[in-house]
Ligand binder design. Structure first.
Ligand code: GLN
Length: 543
């Protein structure tokens, strides 16, 4: 039977519960254990798919087509285990299912209530598909004390009781703030937070205390005494110089030892952390440096492009170079001037995924700059669509080329897809249907041209990548676009949907309809990102 680790947070949000969960999984894996990480989100959206990236950061897409919280990206990057739909639940999804069952008559005669119906649904979710696992790490979103997270904490309390004391451990993340005027760290918020969660019936076993300054021994002893844990279970969590140092740092502080001790496990093998040491060595000792210009819309909030940023870092790890990312607001490129001055110092240009018209002409202008100046260019999803519109307008003579996403156009080089083949057969969507969960989502295969640049980069002609889009490059424009030098080098297996375009007359110009950034790992950088950074490095030697 799998053991459960519950990760909660107190005092404030943004303390890095997701990173803690991912790092703990990595440390337990490094000792040979099989782990899975799950995220419980207390909000009422069924999934984050319809939320603005400004509200919620990136939407992370799994192979099985779930639109999930960005923490699942951390989980995958740190554990290498592909997340599934069954790894992320929200209050909205739970209520949707319960209400559907109530309408069907499944609860005939009963009053449907938060306890036991909602809490039971949460427990079922935690306990599903756990065969063969040693540990299930469950992260509860939000902060203890929030009204909406109460049913989750209650379900957690019940699970601890149902599964027996030795089979669950509670790790609580708190903040030990530095008060500058007093020149002191303060333990009181941690004491209050532990009191709060304990009053709900969940006594933490291990505390991760986030702090800006090292926590003196005396303060650790005080926290231990007031919070009812051994002093060794008060783990100091200082800000890390890289997220990939967090597993090593938390291991040095004793996190995994304490969790195992709380389970009463004394014979665990020591962790093999070489791969994390190697990653940190490459990050700490780069042999060069490149600057990548990312021309996007949500550049004010780096979390909106979380996986993209990490995949670029992984490309740097692969090439042992430091990657500087310059976030450039596409909208500013729509005004006169500016673009050349901003883009000229870049060693490569990337136009990422996105939605909506705002900034699109700036993205198209950036594609043109990269094409004409022969600067490495990578277009992802909307970025590929912009590359096709640029090619249509400026190299294929289709001056009015556009996407129907931005309104009616006489030349729909990019248009709405309403039918496509999926693993489950033909999928169909109405043009005016629901927006939630109705995109072409998850892993789909693509067939690559044997002599293409992408086939050489992948070392394969059949690939599988994750998708999240409603619009698609219109295959009817293949001929004029190819005459303009933009080759369709990857197609869906049925030949209907363009998946990749590239320019053979350019050192590195690739557009992909999918999101390769979602599958990149620090210890297994995605080949497209490794190759893109290599191209940027070559470019840096030219300028
Ligand atoms: N807005 C575009 C579409 O829906 C691109 C989506 C994306 O970049 N993820 O097709």
């Amino acid at each position: 039977m799998a053991r459960f680790i519950f990760v909660t947070g107190g005092v404030v949000s943004s303390l890095g519960k997701g990173l803690l969960s991912a790092s703990l999984a990595a440390l337990l894996q490094a000792r040979g254990y099989k782990c899975r990480i799950r995220k419980f989100d207390p909000y009422l959206n069924v999934d984050p798919g319809t939320m603005s990236p400004y509200q919620h950061g990136e939407v992370y897409v799994t192979d099985d087509g779930a639109e999930t919280d960005l923490d699942l990206g951390h989980y995958e990057r740190f554990s290498g285990v592909s997340a599934k739909q069954s790894d992320n639940i929200t209050t909205g999804r739970i209520y949707r299912d319960i209400i559907a069952r109530e309408r069907r008559g499944d609860y005939l005669g009963a009053t449907v209530q938060v306890v036991p119906h909602v809490t039971n649904a949460i427990k079922e979710f935690a306990l599903a598909e756990i065969e063969g696992l040693d540990f299930v790490i469950c992260e509860i979103g939000g902060t203890v004390g929030d009204i909406e997270s109460l049913p989750f904490i209650e379900a957690l309390r019940q699970l601890r009781n149902d599964l027996g004391r030795g089979n669950t451990v509670s790790v609580h993340t708190t903040l030990v703030p530095w008060i500058k005027a007093a020149g002191e760290l303060k333990t009181k918020p941690t004491q209050h937070s532990v009191r709060e969660i304990s009053s709900l019936g969940v006594q933490p076993d291990v505390l991760l205390c986030r702090a800006e300054m090292p926590i003196p021994d005396g303060d650790k002893a005080k926290i231990a005494q007031f919070c009812n844990v051994p002093k060794s279970a008060v783990i100091e969590g200082l800000d890390a110089r890289s997220i990939y140092d967090v597993p090593l740092q938390y291991h040095r502080e004793g996190l995994d030892d304490e969790v195992l001790r709380a389970f009463g496990i004394s014979d665990a093998p020591p962790p093999e952390l070489e791969r994390w040491d190697e990653i940190m060595d490459r990050l700490d000792n780069p042999e060069g440096e490149v600057t990548i210009g990312v021309v996007g819309k949500y550049v004010g909030l780096p979390d909106a492009y979380k996986s993209l940023r990490e995949a670029l870092v992984h490309g740097g790890i692969a090439n042992r170079v430091k990657v500087n990312i310059k976030w450039l607001d596409a909208e500013l490129f729509e005004q006169d001037g500016g673009i050349v001055g901003e883009l000229e110092p870049m060693h490569a240009i990337l136009v990422p995924g996105g939605f909506g018209e705002r900034g699109s002409e700036g993205k198209i202008a950036s594609v043109r700059f990269a094409r004409e100046r022969k600067v490495p260019f990578f277009g992802i999803c909307l970025g590929m669509q912009m590359a096709c519109i640029e090619g249509a307008r400026n190299t294929a003579g289709i001056g009015q080329a556009n996407t129907t996403e931005f309104g009616d156009t006489p030349e729909p080089v990019v248009g709405l897809i309403t039918e496509w083949m999926s693993r489950e057969g033909l999928q169909a969507r109405a043009a005016d249907g629901d927006l939630g969960g109705t995109m072409r989502l998850g892993a789909y295969e693509a067939e690559l041209g044997g002599n293409s640049h992408v086939a050489a980069i992948y070392g394969a002609t059949r690939i599988s990548e994750r998708h999240r889009h409603r619009y698609e490059v219109n295959a009817h424009y293949k001929e004029p676009l190819e005459r303009g030098g933009l080759v369709f080098s990857g197609l869906s297996p049925d030949g209907c949907l363009p998946e990749i375009v590239e320019r053979p007359d350019h050192p590195w110009f690739i557009g992909v309809q999918f999101h390769p950034e979602l599958k990149s790992r620090p210890f297994a950088p995605h080949p497209l990102f490794a190759s893109f950074i290599e191209a940027a490095l070559k470019q840096s030697r030219l300028v």
